[in-house]
Design a binder for this molecule. Sequence first.
Ligand SMILES: Nc1ncnc2c1ncn2[C@@H]1O[C@H](COP(=O)(O)OP(=O)(O)OP(=O)(O)O)[C@@H](O)[C@H]1O
Ligand SMILES: [Mg+2]
Length: 257
Amino acid sequence: MNGTIELKKVRKTFPRDEGRIVVLDDVNITFGSAEFISLIGPSGCGKSTLLRLIAGLTRQDSGTIRIDGVEISKPGYERGLVFQDPTLFPWMTIYENIAYGLRARGVYQTEKHLIPGFFRLVGLEGFEKSYPHHLSGGMAQRAALARALVNRPKVLLLDEPLGALDAFTRMTMQDEILAIWQKQRMTTVMVTHDVDEAVYMANRIIVMSARPAKIEQVITVKKEHPRRRDDLDFLELRAGILRTLHFAGKREEPDKK
Ligand SMILES: Nc1ncnc2c1ncn2[C@@H]1O[C@H](COP(=O)(O)OP(=O)(O)OP(=O)(O)O)[C@@H](O)[C@H]1O
Ligand SMILES: [Mg+2]
């Protein structure tokens, strides 16, 4: 499995009033195969936009985005996506929600034998016939994760997937996502607001500046997984990131008209 993501000179603007706002400007970065990347930055800086561009849900104004050397222009099954909101289909059972991707790809009959494995992977055995409203927030997020993973993506894109969960569920799910990542080895890009989460989970942390977002700092976290949450080295990393975020957040430029 590969899953290299390469962004070159990516620029993205949106219409605003009479003019346009520049959200991303000259973003250049490569995420290597099987890396776990955390994207962190001030609110509104363009993290979700960057993820949506990689997902192919929106197009950049200029620059290129390549997955394993192939330029992308639309969503694809090799890229799985999970948002803060689980976005399950409420009228479908959890089984049908998870089977959805296989049906959409026309491979349900040949690959449905894999589905129980994904229920096991995310710890939802016994909930096959439940509906989304029967699940807690954490369980719904596990189902959304299984739905993204069932197509065995090379790239997993997570936009604050744990943002709506309580602190305890959040920590449990951090470990679960890490365990899945270690098993499946897909390149994972996770947007988070939580510096501790980024430090605990990522191989590399990308700190973005306020709009127009540039990559402010790239931090490699050289600790093997599983990590200790109380690792003293993390305190220093955390302080450094908070300092960068503080300055990055202040430098917001006025909207370009
Ligand atoms: N479809 C859109 N149309 C117009 N403007 C948009 C659109 N999507 C995003 N924006 C603007 O682009 C900027 C970046 O938004 P984005 O959602 O990427 O930020 P973010 O870093 O994910 O923020 P948060 O941390 O609050 O989730 C914001 O100013 C937002 O208003
Ligand atoms: Mg966002």
